[in-house]
Design a protein around this ligand. Structure first.
Ligand code: ARG
Length: 310
């Protein structure tokens, strides 16, 4: 799979395949046109036109540079009229060369769809659609287990459960639904993050009882990293995990220590300007390459080291 890099491309001039080395590849969108222009989640209320583009740029650059240390980062150019395009996690869901394009719930974001579609096509990905009647908001609401064995799919706020069958059909993977019940955690990636080594970082109260039980049935207690409400509202679960590195907004000392104990290197980046629109680290990136399963079977040891299966 390689980039066609046509002259009319809105992709950066990139000629590399999506996995050109052992590092995973992500998509980001520079915040040149970022703003809080409307209110489609509780975080945006009271923040319309209250974000600083200059500070947002600095924060985004910090995330971009930190991610570039552990991954390849490609860019899609922002488009006028789509201020939320910086949140590339909502462009779609990508795996094995297929991109399922998002079908946004709110008309405010539906204008992003053709731009992301064009980018995916120019990147050589096979684009699949879900109908407008079954909203699906991409990786914001669908997260693969680190070893690719299952796909956790949020629903109830933006994404409709009826869209999940398109995910199942595309990859033949088991889709496990998780019902979101707190409007502050309106996308799955705001309250749930499957991590390397079979861990999960999550805020249980964001889910109904059945979904909480489903999570508990899949992750043994010692693999569950439960986040407090105080950390959850700082987007602690909105974490990007590459190998042993975790990039996220600022979190409590206790949570950082717990993650380190499990063998993770924690990189905290202030992303307050994006929280005004209801997003942080994970919302700002979309994984393009196949899953990194290198550390997927690591065990969390008492001394904080991660044992990786040969
Ligand atoms: N303002 C955006 C929205 O409400 C924020 C999206 C955050 N993205 C995410 N993957 N959680 O759609």
């Amino acid at each position: 799979m390689s980039f066609t890099n046509g002259t009319k491309s809105n992709a950066e001039s990139v000629q590399a395949p999506l996995s050109l080395n052992s590092k995973p590849t992500f998509l980001m969108c520079p915040p040149r046109l970022y703003d809080v222009d409307y209110v489609i989640n509780p975080w945006m209320a009271g923040n319309v036109h209250r974000s600083s583009r200059e500070l947002a740029s600095q924060q985004w650059d910090n995330l971009y540079h930190a991610l570039s240390h552990v991954a390849n980062v490609l860019l899609v150019q922002p488009q006028a009229g789509s201020p939320d395009m910086v949140f590339t996690a909502n462009a779609g869901l990508v795996n094995h060369g297929i991109a399922i394009l998002s079908s946004f719930y709110y008309p405010e974001r539906q204008g992003e769809e053709p731009h992301f579609q064009r980018w995916f096509e120019e990147a050589g990905l096979r684009v699949q659609h879900v109908p407008r009647e079954t909203p699906f908001e991409g990786e914001g609401d669908a997260l693969f287990e680190a070893d690719g064995s299952r796909l956790w799919a949020g629903h109830g706020v933006r994404t409709l459960a009826s869209s999940h069958r398109y995910l199942e059909a595309a990859w033949g993977v088991d889709v496990l639904p998780l019902l979101l019940v707190d409007p502050r955690f309106y996308h799955l990636d705001t309250c749930f993050a499957p991590l390397q080594g079979g861990h999960v970082l999550y805020f249980p109260e964001a889910f109904d009882a059945e979904s909480q039980a489903r999570i508990e049935a899949h992750y043994p207690a010692e693999k569950r990293i439960v986040v407090s409400e105080a950390d959850a509202v700082h987007f602690a679960c909105n974490a990007v995990n590459v190998g042993r590195t975790i990039l996220l907004n600022e979190i409590s000392r206790e949570l950082a220590a717990r993650l380190q104990q499990c063998g993770f290197e924690v990189v905290q980046i202030q992303l307050g300007e994006f929280m005004k629109a209801g997003g942080a680290a994970k919302c700002l990136v979309l994984r393009l390459s196949d899953l990194d399963v290198t550390h997927a079977s690591g065990e969390c040891l008492k001394n904080g080291a991660v044992k990786t299966a040969a």
